[in-house]
Every structure is written in C-alpha cells, then in structure tokens.
Design a protein around this ligand. Structure first.
Ligand SMILES: Cc1ncc(COP(=O)(O)O)c(C=O)c1O
Length: 344
C-alpha cells in the first residue's frame, strides 16, 4: 500500500501541466518558428508585450536565457551591471553575464532584497579612467532569495529614476512578476514601467512545463532574435509550448492570490511551533528559520521528506517552502502539521 503523495513545496516550478493545459498544447496551431514563424508563438508574444507595456516580446525556453538576452541587449563588454546582491542573476545563472557578455556584476547589499533609487545612486562610480563604467541596472520582482519579496511600484519608480539620471537602462527579472502584480493589485505593465527589458516566466506560478518571454522595444527584436539563436534557443514548433502559456494566462493568472493566501496560512499554522520561525510572506514563498542548535537544513530536510513534505535548503538553517498550483489549502494544513510533528 502506498501513502499519500508528498506535498512538494520545493518550488513553484514543480507543477505539472493539467489535462486542460495539455489539451490546449495538443490542439495548438504550429509552424516552424526558426524558419518562417509559428502563429501561436506570435500570438503569445503579442499578448505578453501588451501585458508588460512593451512594444515587442520574444518567447524563450527558459528564464535564464531570457535574462541573459536582456542583459546582452543593454550592456557592452567591460561594463558593470548593478544588482541586488542576492539576485538570481548573481547567484543562479552560473556567472552568465561574465562568461557570456564580459560584464561584471556590481552586487549591492540590502537588508531586505529591495534595491532602491538611493542604493543605485550610491553604487554608481564617479567617472574615471580607472574604474569600470556602469552599463545597466537590474531588479528582480518578486525577489526569490529574499523570500518572494515584492518590489512596490514606488520603489521601482525610484530605481528607474536613479537609472535615468545616469542614462542607464533597467532590466527587470520578473520571473514572478505575476505574483508581484497579484500581491499589489497593480497590472504587470505598471510594475514594469521604465524598464527597457522585462523577463517573465510561465513555468513557475503559472504552471507551464517550459517557457519565458522577454519584452523590449520593437527595434531590439532582430538583435534579441540573433542572441537567442546564438544561445541555442531557437525553437521550431514552439506553438505547443506557447499554447500552454496562453492557457495559463487565461486560466491560472487570476488564482495566484490563492497561493499567497496559502503561504500566509502555512505561517499561521506554524505559529505555535517554537522550533521554526517563518518569514512574513508577501507572495508565495516562505522562508523557515530553524531555531534549535541541533536542527540544520541537512538533517531536517530528509526527515521532512520521509514524513511527506518536500522543501529545499536556503542556508545552513533556513528552508524554503513555496506554494503553487498543485498545492491545496488542505495540503498546506497537512504540511504544517507534519513540520510541527517532525520538529516536536
Ligand atoms: C527570479 C528568477 N529569475 C530567473 C529564473 C530562471 O528561470 P529558469 O529556471 O526558467 O531559467 C528563476 C528560476 O527560478 C528565478 O527564480
């Protein structure tokens, strides 16, 4: 006899396409998008460009490739990219901006993951023949490593204003911009205002198997296309994947608030568990700090897995739990019970 399936809180990327999403994929009208175009992919790109308030968009196999393309569009080799110190582009893209584009990351430490206009100004070096020039600024909304921290509109406007003063373009890593939009009740285009390039993912909270888009000015499309091709990201019958994204925009976008409510529920249900201190989630990510000397991520995670709850380490004594489409309110209640029991 097998027990209940584990509750998988490792990431919002673990979702599987639903039967309805799979049907939309199976029925997609397709063409060869590297040769002469795929109609479903074009539809997705147009829709995403509108949603982001950008002139154009291009479909990518991954958020990493779309982020890398955005940085390539905005920078030149030998320049610096100003970023919050724990951004995805700093830690999880294998030094891509250095290896691919000859760009140095200028990490800016913040107490809470929020890069601000003042912090950007402070990071800009006075012009000198001895130091690198800054090429661009990048922000992440929501901020994954900061526990799904939402960058409010005023903070984004402040960063954009500081960048403008220095004639710098801004890239927005919006892998979870949909979550920020749901949390603030501000349309994605509002949160992207002033950004020259905007990356959004479909393979996270929206539940698609694959896919991200990069939004940009129409004049950048030919270069973005070339860069993607060089990175091996040209996809042929990509309409099958774009159809999943279109389905997700129709059916899964409006339910992200449920994931946010479930993240708060998890925290609420753990409030009586002294062994763990949960973060205050602003979106769908909860950080769990282990409070007892003897508990470490390495020892606790296998015990939780054994008991049917999957989470990932985010530091020696920090765990990350992410709510998503495939985790119900009941699952969250059960997960909180398991965590409390295992750490009792
Ligand atoms: C904030 C952020 N940016 C970019 C990415 C990269 O997306 P992908 O895994 O599709 O390459 C991720 C992935 O988790 C992410 O969390």
């Amino acid at each position: 006899m097998t027990g209940p399936a584990p509750i998988d809180l490792r990431s919002d990327t673990v979702t599987r396409p639903s039967p309805a999403m799979r049907r939309a994929m199976a029925e997609a009208e397709v063409g060869d998008d590297v040769l002469d175009g795929d109609p479903t992919t074009r539809r997705l790109e147009q829709r995403v460009a509108e949603l982001l308030g950008q002139e154009a968009a291009l479909f990518f196999p991954s958020g990493t490739q779309a982020n890398q393309t955005g940085i390539a569009l905005l920078t030149r080799p030998g320049t610096e990219l100003v970023l919050e110190a724990d951004a995805h582009l700093v830690h999880y893209e294998l030094a891509g901006v250095a290896a691919n584009w000859g760009v140095q990351i200028r990490p800016v430490a913040t107490p809470d993951g929020l890069l601000t206009g003042d912090l950007v100004r402070a990071a800009l070096r006075p012009e000198s023949p001895h130091v690198p020039r800054t090429g661009a600024v990048a922000v992440e909304n929501t901020h994954n490593a900061a526990g799904g921290k939402v960058m409010p509109l005023a903070v984004m406007s402040g960063v954009v204003a500081a960048a403008r003063e220095a004639s710098l373009p801004v890239h927005l890593d919006g892998a979870r911009l949909w979550n920020a939009s749901a949390a603030l009740d501000v349309p994605p285009a509002g949160l992207a205002r002033g950004a020259a390039t905007v990356m959004v993912s479909f393979s996270k909270g929206l539940g698609c198997p694959v896919g991200s888009c990069l939004g940009f000015a129409a004049r950048d499309r030919p270069r973005a296309w070339e860069i993607r091709k060089r990175l091996g990201g040209g996809m042929r019958q990509s309409g099958i994947l774009a159809a999943a994204a279109l389905y997700a925009l129709d059916c899964n976008l409006s339910r992200l608030v449920e994931d946010h409510a479930n993240a708060r529920l998890l925290v609420d249900r753990l409030s009586d568990c002294p062994a763990v201190r949960p973060s205050h989630p602003e979106s769908n990510i909860v950080m769990l700090d282990l409070q007892r000397e003897r508990d470490t991520a390495d020892t606790v995670i296998p015990r939780l897995a054994q008991a049917g709850v999957l989470v990932v380490p985010f530091g020696a004594r920090r765990l990350r739990a992410v709510t998503h489409l495939d985790v119900s309110r009941q699952d969250v209640e059960r997960a909180a019970g398991v965590i409390t029991h295992v750490l009792a």
